[in-house]
Design a protein around this ligand. Structure first.
Ligand SMILES: Cc1cc2nc3c(=O)[nH]c(=O)nc-3n(C[C@H](O)[C@H](O)[C@H](O)COP(=O)(O)O)c2cc1C
Length: 187
């Protein structure tokens, strides 16, 4: 079955927004990707799922590298602009610079990275997996930078701030839960 864009079921997911920066046949480019996932600790691997029609797709296929700038909570406009047009027809980086957004040159790869993102990760392509209607590009982290800012939350096609931390249940309730789990230990 399908799980289309905008469907109530699809809207139940909560994600980050990764700003994917590349520099290939379409020049320097940036796009928004909610499908940006940390999938391995050692080595640090990040998967991004990109529509084969996008300029970003061609840029990554050609250069085997990409940057990920995880949007900070005050970068929703940057996300909307990056996701609102294609680098095939618009120089989004120049437009964003004119709008006052700042970039810096990546250290280990030949792309631009977004200033003041929650986290910047420079990636070398480790694997390209065509699956479903998007391509999963798995990048190995080769350089990172933390800003200390909180990540932007994306849910139900809207941007959100991280909510309140849910407190742990009281200790007696935790003890009771642990006892019950222990009772069901497999022999
Ligand atoms: C918040 C947001 C999240 C998005 N997530 C994805 C995604 O995970 N994968 C994808 O292929 N497109 C995603 N898009 C759409 C692309 O950003 C959009 O198609 C963009 O124009 C592609 O740019 P490019 O052609 O310059 O690569 C998203 C758009 C927005 C606004």
């Amino acid at each position: 079955m399908d799980l289309p864009w905008g469907d109530e079921r699809t809207k139940q997911f909560v994600t980050n927004v990764g700003l994917i920066t590349t520099n290939g046949p379409y020049g320097h480019d940036i796009m928004a990707a909610e499908w940006t996932h940390h999938i391995s600790y050692k080595p640090g691997l990040i998967a991004v799922c990109i529509n084969p029609r996008d300029a970003t797709h061609a840029n990554i296929e050609n250069t085997k590298e990409f940057g990920i700038s995880l949007c900070a909570s005050d970068q929703n406009v940057l996300s909307s602009i990056s996701g609102g047009s294609s680098g095939k027809s618009i120089d989004k980086i120049s437009a964003l610079k004119e709008l006052g957004f700042k970039f810096y040159k990546a250290k280990k790869i030949n792309v631009l990275m977004v200033e003041d993102a929650a986290l910047n990760i420079e990636c070398k392509l480790a694997k390209q997996i065509p699956i479903g209607d998007h391509t999963t590009f798995v990048g190995e982290a080769v350089e990172t930078k933390l800003s200390g800012k909180k990540p932007l939350v994306y849910h139900a096609q809207k941007y959100w701030n991280l909510g309140e931390n849910i407190p742990k249940p009281p200790q007696d309730e935790l003890d009771r839960t642990n006892q019950i789990v222990e009772k069901h230990k497999k022999k």
